[in-house]
Design a protein around this ligand. Structure first.
Ligand code: TXA
Ligand code: MG
Length: 330
């Protein structure tokens, strides 16, 4: 059910769950301090209980009282990137009122969304809003209100329509629990180059910024679960010859891959966009991934692309890798 702002606020205060627009993807919001609301988020998504939720705040001053320490560089990052597509993992004090949202972690991932309707909801509710992406656990994240309605409409109290999401990919998650280094736990639109530049401008030249190594993956409990998968099996292939001859299938690929070759008529390309316009690719990525379910095929393919080493290129590659499985070689 689509709801207006006023109704969304009322439902949230009644400890119910409402899908909210953000600039990244739609979130399934509930009061971060309410056990009842948080239980409803986990139930609606079918989310594993050990997977913590990102909490959404109005501004930096709203975050400060909820975390035990912030590193020296933190306010420079917040000033540069928030409101925006970045979540900051910070230490949580014992006995925190946010405990229902963090699944027994001693940290909380904090984000200030850059979406006026969402910020207005947070302002009127007056309490941080916990919000995972508003999809059934493991499935594609929704980037429009109809996408949420189609997946979770019957499970939740309402959807607040803020139009299509501008970024289309979830926030970059930064581990800000150390004074001298920052680890990128989930790639997103903001990456090491953007962060290092801000740190250098502010005189924080000794702080290192790195993507998480494989050994650090367990810091994000959600990493051990499958993500972004359409209902149809999506297989990643390096070359079209890996697809059985004559099989009718849809193939996700870049504009460049599509124009570089001739097509067997049995294969239908879904163009993700150009390698040279990554914001466009990101914005439409989940809609394109989800679109493979509109066909009758049992298997869809992703023709592996090098999206480059920019923050967004890495984030797009990361989501496509996780959405698809390497073709099984029988
Ligand atoms: O852009 C976004 O971040 C969206 C919008 C709605 O804000 N939210 C989002 O939430 O993507 P979700 O739950 O789909 O993904 C959050 C990821 C999960 O993999 C979870 O394990 C991790 O963040 N996470 C949350 N809190 C954490 C914490 N305290 N420490 C480590 N990882 C955390
Ligand atoms: Mg998610």
């Amino acid at each position: 059910m689509m709801v207006e702002l006023e109704q969304a606020v009322r439902l949230l205060l009644e400890e119910r769950v409402v899908a909210l627009p953000t600039e990244t993807v739609y979130g399934l919001g509930g009061l971060a301090t309410s056990k009842a609301a948080i239980a409803k988020i986990y139930a609606a998504k079918g989310r594993p209980q050990d997977n913590p939720l990102i909490c959404h705040f109005l501004n930096a001053a709203h975050i400060q009282p909820y975390v035990s320490i912030v590193p020296g560089y933190w306010s420079s990052l917040v000033h540069a990137f928030s409101p925006g597509p970045v979540s900051y993992r910070l230490p949580l004090p014992e006995g925190s009122p946010l405990q229902p949202a963090v699944a027994s972690q001693s940290t909380v991932a904090c984000r200030i969304p850059d979406q006026p309707l969402c910020l207005e909801v947070i302002r009127q509710v007056g309490v941080p809003i916990a919000a995972p992406s508003a999809n059934t656990s493991g499935k594609v994240s929704p980037t429009s209100a109809p996408m949420v309605e189609q997946d979770l409409g019957s499970e939740i109290a309402g959807v607040l329509d803020g139009g299509p999401c501008i970024y289309g990919l979830e926030s970059t998650i930064l581990d800000c629990c150390q004074e001298d280094n920052i680890t990128i736990l989930r790639p997103g639109a903001i990456g090491p180059d953007e962060i290092t530049e801000v740190l250098a401008q502010q005189g924080f030249r000794k702080i290192t910024v790195n993507y998480a190594k494989n050994s650090q993956r367990s810091v994000v409990p959600g990493n051990k679960y499958r993500h972004y998968a359409p209902d149809t099996q999506l297989c990643a292939v390096k070359d079209l010859t890996e697809i059985p001859k004559g099989l009718h299938a849809v193939v996700l690929m870049s504009q460049e891959q599509a124009t570089a070759r001739s097509w067997p008529t049995s294969l239908q390309p879904v163009i993700l966009g150009s390698r040279h316009d990554l914001p466009h690719v990101a914005q439409h990525l989940y809609r394109h991934i989800k679109s493979v379910d509109e066909h009758d095929n049992t298997t869809a393919y992703y023709l592996i692309e090098d999206w480059g080493n920019s923050s967004l290129g890495r984030a797009i590659g990361n989501r496509l890798r996780r959405a698809s499985q390497e073709k099984r070689r029988e």
